[in-house]
Design a protein around this ligand. Structure first.
Ligand code: NAD
Length: 369
């Protein structure tokens, strides 16, 4: 598809194609919407099959960031970047050259870690631009976001329980977690402390063993996760796993987890869950803790503030589930509407007293935080 046609269909403001043959850089930065604030989203390094695939991915991901930030109540817009290349071939020069391109946007886009990029790569980018987040804790950054992400997912689960059963308490509830990595492990800790009964699933058997040793509970293997007789399924591993093949067998009345893109197809599978009476908390709403964490870092707020803000995911999730029920739409459609409403209202507010420099006066960045 023609890039301008694709941008227009998805509502993007700006797409920057970056190349540097000397360092082997080929990258795309997509800025979807900066109504709420500067665009923020990670930098993914991936060997795309084609440039079209890279463009489609960065457009889709950057638009997703607009919705995520909007629902989380942050003053951030949506952006994302992709570097096209072999993840095993990284260099200082590659990331520094990319950093120069980010700098050229003068604060319209902030980058962060994503698939195949890490704190070290961000440190290279940081040598060329201020507009990068996710600094290591050793240099005063917010460090690993996963405790905050898991805290948000925990509150999303509480909201689902309240809507479904009338009480948010996890005590005595059976909750199955798929994926015992950074997010899943922290989530298990929060749930265990509050008396939930845990069921663990991971392709890495050692991780399952460690969790059972630490928290008790039981294990479930492979596809048996989907049919587990539990109150909540919490997918915290990979995307696309709640789909037309797995939905018919789901026994749990609630699906709420930290993985990205849990539904195979947002519309079809979202509707199938509604038909089966299964409450689904949109993934981008409940896993926003990571974004909340880097926003807090940019604002230089104390770490505790990110945890407090992530706890708000309880109220946000409840509002979304209630709106979906009232309007007879899927929960993802409801959260998208809430995001679009907020963006439209803020756009309106920003037109009031247009021309006033307001709090933006004392910064040189194109879009101040
Ligand atoms: P991770 O790599 O630390 O952990 C993933 C775990 O899932 C690993 O233990 C892995 O063995 C397991 N796994 C992989 N495939 C599996 C499968 N098919 N069945 C069962 N287990 C499987 O990743 P993470 O940082 O914990 O992130 C987990 C998910 O949450 C990802 O989808 C990620 O995009 C999303 N997410 C993470 C954050 C964060 O702060 N880390 C923020 C937002 C979203």
């Amino acid at each position: 598809m023609q890039p301008f046609v694709q941008m227009t269909e998805m509502g993007h403001e700006q797409v920057l194609f970056c190349r540097d043959d000397v360092v082997g850089l080929k990258a795309i930065i997509a800025i979807h919407d900066t109504t709420l604030g500067p665009a923020l989203g990670g930098c993914r390094l991936y060997d795309y099959a084609s440039e079209q695939d890279a463009l489609t991915d960065v457009l889709r991901l950057s638009r997703g960031m607009t919705y995520k930030a909007a629902v989380a109540g942050l003053d951030l817009g949506g952006g994302k970047s992709v570097i096209i290349g072999d993840p095993s071939i990284k260099s200082e020069a590659l990331f520094r050259a990319f950093g120069r391109h980010i700098e050229s946007l003068n604060g319209r886009y902030y980058t962060a870690e994503d698939m195949n990029t890490n704190v070290r790569d961000m440190d290279f980018i940081r040598r060329e631009t201020r507009f990068v987040t996710g600094a290591g804790a050793h240099v005063g950054g917010s460090g690993d976001p996963s405790p905050v992400t898991a805290w948000g997912v925990f509150h999303g689960i509480r909201a689902c329980l309240e809507v479904k059963f009338g009480s948010p308490s996890v005590e005595g509830r059976k909750i199955a977690i798929q994926g015992l990595g950074n997010v899943g492990r922290h989530l298990a800790g929060y749930l265990h402390e509050r008396g939930a009964k845990l069921v663990f699933s991971d392709i890495n058997a050692r991780r399952v063993g460690e969790m059972i040793e630490t928290y008790g509970g039981s294990a479930v293997e492979g596809d048996a996760f989907y049919t587990a007789d539990v109150d909540v399924l919490a997918p915290c591993a990979i995307g696309g796993i709640v789909n037309r093949l797995t939905i018919p067998g789901i026994k749990a009345p609630i699906v709420c987890g930290g993985a990205n893109n849990i539904l195979g197809d947002e519309v079809r599978d979202g509707e199938a869950l509604v038909e089966r009476g299964i409450v689904y908390a949109p993934d981008y709403v409940v896993n926003a803790g990571g974004l909340i964490n880097v926003y807090s870092e940019l604002k230089r707020w104390p770490a505790q503030k990110a945890m407090e803000d992530a706890a708000e995911i309880f109220n946000t999730t409840k509002a979304i589930l209630n709106r979906a029920a009232n309007e007879g739409i899927t929960t993802t459609a409801a959260s998208n509407r809430i995001a679009e409403d907020r963006i439209a209202k803020v756009a309106h507010i920003k037109r009031l007293y247009a021309g006033s420099e307001g709090r933006d006066a004392n910064t040189s960045a194109a879009i101040p935080l």
